[in-house]
Design a protein around this ligand. Structure first.
Ligand SMILES: Cc1cc2nc3c(=O)[nH]c(=O)nc-3n(C[C@H](O)[C@H](O)[C@H](O)COP(=O)(O)O)c2cc1C
Length: 208
């Protein structure tokens, strides 16, 4: 974890915020997972990121299954709890056929459903993505943004990070070795931590 970024004032009212990171890929060598792993090392001291690594256990969304299991099987229920407890979500999406991955859309569909708590409503989210192509998930992120609008989550508008030609920006140990991308990611993570603080107010208002 980095010390406080240069020039950042320590706000005594600040508390440590906790975000859940979800990579929208099941691939063992996923660039999106690597991107999130690098992002975790760049957080300011007042932001902690926990990785969600159980995406493969989430079944395909099925309203019959949802009803039979009163809101979803155990893996879905466990994820709902993690999302409800998190101050925000950090999602990294691959791009498949100019869209987000199917597994990611599937998770959003499960989480968007009314359970004991509608976990995505008012949830601050930042999205990023890495792909092998030259546009670095521009279309996938636009697509994810549009879908998240329907969930009433609060998606950080800027800055954006589109990691193109992902094979070239990580070294053999999975470290982000491309300077410009590292700087973009540092800036992104600082903005995300501020977004979590800023978006707390509307959520608190809503709870009243
Ligand atoms: C079915 C499929 C479709 C893809 N379509 C795109 C695409 O439209 N644009 C793009 O930039 N990359 C595309 N790719 C390449 C993926 O972005 C690349 O495999 C990426 O590494 C996947 O993310 P991951 O490394 O996190 O698994 C596609 C890959 C697959 C398997």
């Amino acid at each position: 974890m980095n010390p406080l970024p240069k020039g950042a004032a320590v706000d005594a009212r600040s508390r440590v915020r906790r975000a859940l990171a979800i990579a929208g890929s099941l691939r063992s060598g996923s660039y999106n997972r690597l991107l999130l792993a690098n992002a975790r090392t760049m957080t300011p001291a007042y932001l902690e990121i926990r990785s969600y690594d159980d995406l493969a256990s989430i079944p395909l969304f099925d309203e019959d299954l949802e009803q039979r299991t009163s809101g979803g099987p155990d893996a879905v229920k466990a994820l709902r709890v993690l999302v409800a407890e998190a101050d925000g979500l950090l999602i990294s999406t691959p791009e498949y056929n100019q869209s987000m991955s199917g597994v990611l859309k599937n998770v959003v569909d499960w989480l968007s459903r009314a359970g004991p708590e509608e976990v995505l409503i008012g949830k601050p989210i930042a999205i990023m993505g890495a792909s092998g192509g030259r546009w670095g998930t521009r279309l996938a992120q636009a697509n994810l943004r549009q879908v998240l609008t329907a969930t009433e989550s609060l998606v950080m508008p800027q800055p954006a990070i589109f990691v193109a030609e992902a094979a070239k920006v990580f070294d053999e140990r999975g470290q982000l070795s491309h300077d410009l991308t590292r700087k973009q990611l540092e800036k992104f993570m600082l903005a995300f931590s501020r977004w979590l603080e800023l978006m707390e107010t509307p959520r608190l208002l809503k709870a009243q």
